[in-house]
Design a protein around this ligand. Structure first.
Ligand SMILES: CC(C)(COP(=O)(O)OP(=O)(O)OC[C@H]1O[C@@H](n2cnc3c(N)ncnc32)[C@H](O)[C@@H]1OP(=O)(O)O)[C@@H](O)C(=O)NCCC(=O)NCCSC(=O)CC(=O)O
Length: 395
C-alpha cells in the first residue's frame, strides 16, 4: 500500500476544446489594413510594411481580433479586455480540483483564476494558479504545473486554460518589430481537462508520457526576443526581435538533447551520441551535430504557429515533411498566432482530419493516443474549432 502511494501518477488528457471566434470578429487583410491606417500615424516609409508582413505571414482571411480592436479608433478599455477574456475562457465546472490559467499580456485583480472561480462557482478548496508574462511557452509550463499538482493531489481533475489577450496591447507606433506583433497575433484560447483518476482512463483521449522544459532566459538575446516595452517615441508595444529564430533554434537543440534519449529508437540515439562525442569531446571541426530523425519518435507534430518563418525554420531543422507541419500552417492560416493555445488548435486539426490513431505519439509534451479519435462529425457534435471549415483545408 505504501509502495502504491509512491508510484508516480499517470496524467490523462481527458479532452480539450478551443475557442471558436464568431464570424463578425474576422479581420480580412484589407479590413485589417484600413484599421491599421486609422489608428497608427504611419510614416510614409512604413505604410506598406504591415501589408508586406500580412502577405508573407501565412495568415488567411478569417483570423479574428477582439471586439475592442474592431472599433476605430480601437476601444482599449479594461472592461472590453475583461469581456474578451471572459468569452474566450470557458469550462465545464464539474469536479475541478486544480485550475491553471495562463495569459501573457493581460493581468488584473481579481485574477484570471478568480474570474473563472467566481463565474463557475468552483469549490472553495480548488488549487488555483494564474501565470502571466510567459508568452507561448506557457502552453508547456501550464500543463507541467498541472502535472506537478496532480502528483500531489490524487484522484483529482485539473483544468488548464491557455489564452492571450490583445485588447490593451494594440500598438500605435512605427517600430517594425512591434508592428509585426500586431500583424500576427489573434484572439484564441483553449481549455484542457487533465485527470489522474483511474475512472477517467476509459474516456481519456491521451496519456502524458514525457514532458521536457528548458529555459534559455540566461541568454540575453533569447531573453529580449519577445519584449513588452516603450518604443523610441514612447509608445508601448510588444517587440519581436529578428534573433527569435536563432533563440528558437537553440531551444530546439537543447530540447532535442534532453528529449532524444527518452523517445528515440536506440539507433538514432547512438548516431546522435557519436556526433556529440566527436564534436564536443574530440573537438572535430568537420563533424556536424547529427539531428536525429524525430519522425521515428512521433507520428504527429504540433509546432507553435508563431509565424510562417518559425514553422519554416523548425520544418527545415528537424527535416520534417510538409504533412508534419500541415496542422501548424493551417492553424496559422485559419486562426493566426494565438500564442500559447496554437498547439491545441493544431491537435484539434489533426483530430478533425481523422488522423489520430490509437498508440500514435504527438509532441511537444509527449502525448500517446489512447484510442482512435473520431473527427468532430462522428463525435456527436462535440465542439471542434475546425468543424465548419475542415473540408476546405489544407490550402
Ligand atoms: C514576419 C515574417 C512573416 C516575414 O516573413 P519574410 O519571409 O518576408 O521575412 P523577411 O525576413 O523578408 O522580412 C520582411 C520584412 O520584415 C522585416 N522584419 C522581419 N522580422 C522582423 C523583426 N522581428 N523586426 C523588425 N523587422 C522585421 C524585414 O527586415 C523585412 O523588412 P524590409 O522589407 O523593410 O527589409 C517572418 O519573418 C516570420 O514569420 N517571422 C517570425 C515571427 C515571429 O517572431 N513569431 C513568433 C512570435 S512570438 C510567439 O509567438 C510567442 C509568444 O506568444 O510569446
Amino acid at each position: 500500500m505504501i509502495y502504491m502511494r509512491k508510484l508516480p501518477q499517470t496524467m490523462y488528457l481527458v479532452d480539450f476544446v478551443c475557442y471558436h471566434p464568431p464570424t463578425h470578429l474576422q479581420v480580412p487583410t484589407e479590413y485589417f489594413l484600413k484599421g491599421f491606417h486609422h489608428y497608427i500615424t504611419l510614416s510614409a516609409s512604413s505604410v506598406e510594411f504591415p501589408r508586406k508582413i500580412l502577405e508573407r505571414s501565412g495568415l488567411g482571411e478569417e483570423t479574428c481580433l477582439s471586439e475592442g480592436l474592431h472599433a476605430i479608433p480601437p476601444n482599449q478599455s479594461l472592461a472590453l479586455a475583461r469581456k474578451e477574456t471572459e468569452e474566450v475562457m470557458f469550462i465545464n465546472p464539474k469536479d475541478i480540483g486544480i485550475l491553471v490559467v495562463n495569459c501573457s499580456l493581460f493581468s488584473i485583480t481579481p485574477s484570471l483564476c478568480d474570474i473563472i472561480i467566481n463565474k463557475y462557482k468552483l469549490r472553495n478548496n480548488v488549487k488555483s494558479f494564474t501565470l502571466g508574462g510567459m508568452g507561448c511557452s506557457a502552453r508547456v509550463i501550464a500543463v507541467d504545473l498541472a502535472k506537478g499538482a496532480l502528483q500531489v493531489h490524487r484522484n483529482t481533475c485539473a483544468i488548464v486554460l491557455s489564452t492571450e489577450n490583445l485588447t490593451l496591447r494594440a500598438y500605435h507606433g512605427n517600430n517594425k518589430s512591434m508592428m509585426i506583433t500586431s500583424c500576427l497575433f489573434r484572439i484564441g484560447g483553449a481549455a484542457i481537462l487533465l485527470s489522474n483518476k483511474n475512472k477517467d482512463k476509459r474516456q481519456a483521449k491521451y496519456k502524458l508520457v514525457q514532458m521536457v522544459r528548458t529555459h534559455h532566459g540566461s541568454d540575453d538575446e533569447a531573453y529580449k526576443s519577445v519584449s513588452h516595452h516603450e518604443d523610441e517615441a514612447g509608445e508601448l508595444g510588444v517587440s519581436l526581435s529578428k534573433s527569435i529564430m536563432r533563440a528558437a533554434g537553440e531551444t530546439l537543440k537543447t530540447n532535442i538533447t534532453t528529449l532524444g534519449p527518452l523517445v528515440l529508437p536506440f539507433g538514432e540515439q547512438l548516431r546522435f551520441l557519436y556526433s556529440m562525442v566527436n564534436k564536443k569531446l574530440f573537438k572535430n571541426p568537420k563533424t556536424r551535430m547529427y539531428i536525429p530523425d524525430f519522425k521515428l519518435a512521433f507520428e504527429h507534430f504540433c509546432i507553435h504557429a508563431g509565424g510562417r518563418g518559425i514553422i519554416d525554420e523548425v520544418e527545415k531543422n528537424l527535416k520534417l515533411y510538409p504533412v508534419h507541419v500541415e496542422a501548424s500552417r493551417m492553424t496559422l492560416h485559419r486562426f493566426g498566432n494565438t500564442s500559447s493555445s496554437t498547439i491545441w488548435y493544431e491537435l484539434a486539426y489533426i483530430e478533425a482530419k481523422g488522423r489520430m490513431r490509437k498508440n500514435d505519439r504527438c509532441n511537444s509534451a509527449v502525448w500517446i493516443v489512447l484510442k482512435n479519435v473520431k473527427p468532430y462529425f462522428a463525435n456527436g457534435g462535440k465542439c471542434n474549432p475546425w468543424e465548419d471549415c475542415i473540408h476546405r483545408y489544407h490550402v
